[in-house]
Design a protein. Structure first.
Length: 479
């Protein structure tokens, strides 16, 4: 046993230098993946690729609303969509670790124990081992390694790394979307509160007017048609109040879900309150720089995610191509065997082994289909990246137009409310003096009510459009 162990150890020492070139080649094997190139697209000339404008990540702070800032921070800390995205990142990190582990030897350990019992002491087994009962013990440590000559496992690890980048970008997109949704829900909650206050005021005025006009009808001063119109006008205001409260409740519960509030808190009414004065107290539209850099769009999480997916698909082609070539494996083993457990660790009982393997695939047609599939997946990823860029510029253009036009809408509706307020005063005076019908007064009041409700919505849409510009640019810019 001692001589055999010595010979095997000597053999291992002699072949060790021969393994060095193989190990170097395995670690620095070639890659069969295509060289990655980002798809080229024609960008607008107004977008300067060298501009030094900085990126602002906490873009919601440009509204200078402390309550809003606190709500966004709460959403970023407690939102369930963000928690799900964070878990996906951890899953991708684990997948990357497993892919990199494939580049390394795989260690293992084994231990065995056996007891042989012969029925008769004169049996060949008993005679061979000097008795009816014999024991056998062994233990070994081994490592197997598939050499990565063709870069299959390296490309797989790089694909996993790119997938991790894509998952992180998807997480960032969720964070950006949650922040924007929180901001927009806060604005709409304020707008619906304003509409509710308008409807409550109009309803009270019309109910008070109904009492007066009822007395005038009882005295024969107005017709039944006028009285019925007044009553219908009261119900119109009551319906508008109900609609405003429904919309306000929906905005409040949506905001509560974004904030990660508990079911008990979601069921509490008026748990979140946004003052109606918010609509007219927030800052005006921020000025957009004239030389926006293209990297403002490159920071958009959806574009970063699309490009990372494209890079992963590019590495997957290398993985598929490597299947055409033979795979080489090495297995080394160091162990010990003994008939007695207490002698298992004696040097004389040690043994070692080294083996190599070669596997050559012959189903080239199947591998070719795999390569074609990987190439098609890359083509799909290219189209997805280009579509993400196109949608990014669409989002920017739409957001900028909405920001400008909603500002114009707020200005127009503000003037309209002022004019209609004066028109209602004139119509009421003319009606009380008998120079106009109640239909004229009713029309003026209805137009004013509609304009007031529209103005509240326009203020919210204008503020939301500012948030949409920041969202379209992937977080805004520093002025």
């Amino acid at each position: 046993m001692t001589n055999n162990g010595t010979r095997e150890s000597t053999y291992m020492i002699k072949i060790a230098p021969l393994l060095a070139p193989a190990l170097v080649l395995a670690l620095t094997g070639c890659s069969l993946a295509p060289q990655y190139q980002r798809p080229e697209m024609e960008l607008p000339q107004a977008w300067d690729a060298t501009s030094s404008i900085a990126i602002q990540t906490r873009w919601w702070e440009r509204f200078h609303d402390d309550t809003l800032n606190a709500l966004v921070e709460e959403a970023l800390a407690n939102n369930r969509n963000i928690a799900q995205a964070m878990a996906s990142v951890r899953q991708a990190q684990a997948a990357l670790g497993m892919a990199r582990d494939a580049l390394l030897p795989v260690p293992s350990a084994a231990a065995n124990g056996a007891r042989t019992m012969a029925r008769d002491a004169s049996s060949p087994t008993a005679l061979q081992h000097g008795g009816r009962n014999t024991n056998a013990f062994s233990g070994s440590l081994s490592a197997s390694w598939t050499l990565d000559f063709w870069g299959k496992y390296w490309n797989a690890s790089e694909s996993a790394r790119a997938s991790l980048v894509a998952t992180e970008a998807a997480r960032d997109n969720v964070i950006l979307t949650v922040a924007a949704s929180t901001v927009e829900s806060w604005f709409w909650l304020s707008a619906y509160t304003w509409q509710e206050e308008i409807a409550e005021s109009v309803l009270k005025n019309r109910e008070d007017s109904l009492v007066l006009y009822q007395n005038r009808f009882d005295n024969g001063q107005i017709s039944e048609y006028d009285l019925l119109s007044i009553r219908a006008n009261v119900e119109t205001a009551r319906n508008a109040l109900a609609s405003a409260r429904i919309a306000k409740n929906a905005a409040e519960t949506s905001l509560a879900v974004l904030l990660g509030r508990s079911p008990a808190e979601i069921m509490k009414k008026n748990n979140l309150k946004a003052p109606s004065s918010l609509m007219t107290s927030l800052p005006t539209t921020p000025a957009l720089p004239s030389d926006l850099p293209s990297r403002l769009l490159e920071q958009r999480p959806d574009i970063r995610q699309a490009e990372a997916n494209l890079q992963a698909a590019n590495f997957d082609i290398g993985v598929a191509r490597a299947e055409f070539f033979p795979s080489f494996s090495l297995t080394g083993l160091l162990g010990s065997a003994s008939l007695e457990l207490n002698e298992l660790l004696r040097g004389a009982n040690a043994y070692s082994a080294l083996s190599g393997g070669l596997s050559l695939p012959l189903n080239f047609w199947t591998i070719k289909r795999g390569v074609d599939s990987a190439q098609a997946a890359k083509d799909s990823a290219v189209a997805a990246y280009e579509l993400a860029v196109l949608n990014a510029f669409k989002d920017v253009r739409d957001a900028l137009v909405q920001q400008q036009e909603y500002a114009n809408s707020v200005q127009a509706l503000t003037s309209q409310v002022e004019y209609l307020t004066k028109a209602v005063e004139h119509a009421r005076t003319r009606y009380d003096s008998g120079f106009a019908s109640y239909l004229d007064l009713l029309t003026s009041e209805s137009n004013l009510f509609t304009a007031q409700q529209s103005l509240a919505a326009a203020h919210a849409q204008h503020l939301v459009s500012i948030a949409e510009v920041c969202l379209a640019l992937g977080g805004g810019w520093q002025e």
